[in-house]
Design a protein around this ligand. Sequence first.
Ligand code: G6P
Length: 370
Amino acid sequence: VTAEKNGFDHFMLKEIHEQPKAYRDTIRGRVDESGRKVVLKDLNLTEDRIKQIQNVHIVACGTAYHAGLVGGTVIEQLVRVPVYNDVASEYRYRSPLITPETLVIVVSQSGETADTLAALREAKSNGAHVLAVTNVVGSSIARDADDVLVTLAGPEIAVASTKAYSSQLIAFYLLGLYLAQVRGTQSEDQVAHMISAIQALPEQVESMLENSDAIKAYAEQISHNQHLFFIGRGLDYAVAQEGSLKLKEISYIHSEAYAAGELKHGTLALIEDGIPVIALATQDSVLEKTVSNIKEVKARGADVMVITHEEHVASLLKSVDQAFAIPKTLPLFTPALSVVPLQLLSYYASLALGHDVDKPRNLAKSVTVE
Ligand code: G6P
């Protein structure tokens, strides 16, 4: 077993460290030689049909749902088409408004999740084109979908998903750019600029993985708490939800992810002395807004850790207790970086508490029954 773990203590840590490779493998062959165009050769979705898309539904469970939240924002921003995200167990029973002009994207690491498969069938029977983002080529979901965009993360063993999630983000970036190219919603130069930012992500993840001591120390510190909060706006909120889920899954610490601006509508009542709040502040367009939310929780005694870009660390340290810097990328792509410290946080918190990191209680890697 040690050999399979490649010298890592757990599959989860190994898989966290495999992310640069997973990103590279997922990008490879999907950018043309000039580096200016995304090519998704195998898609059955024709250019005509892409031009006819009126709305996009993104449906999944668990961590894959969280990847879909990022994907939804990416597609909405790049393609300017309305996107609707849902968890598969809700979607399948609500008679969703699906037409042949709906593109339904199902996201599933295993390709075997029962609710996601049922959602796919519901969408198909209503005439939608269904595209599956999955890590397993021969899976039930891959077989039933009209199109498959494979993530090349390699087998994921740990129950808590890491490299599958982040590779799903890469798949959404490429898909978003491809749809934008076909519909002409981004210029060639903009697409080229974004492609080069995506290509830089693997190395940026490597640099973060080389500096994980501070996050380990912070994880040990918060592992003694029973409750904590994650806050953020926009894509930071989407990543906060994934960070919170990861922590719950393997450390059993209760946490909630909140849209930072929504705090004052209830959750602020729970903030008291010493409660850890992890704030994601990577989106420059809403940075000032997030900072004012950070000040609100600070004023009520919270112990705030912020994840942001290097350039904001010095000024943010005036309002927070600790800061972790992530490398600079374009706003849409920060989730592929900011999730890494959150993965390490939950890993080291679980480890500090002596839990079975790779096999958390009550959870299964793949949920093939409803
Ligand atoms: C289970 C796993 C999660 C996963 C979810 C969806 O709950 O424990 O890690 O996110 O299923 O799985 P899928 O294979 O469809 O991505």
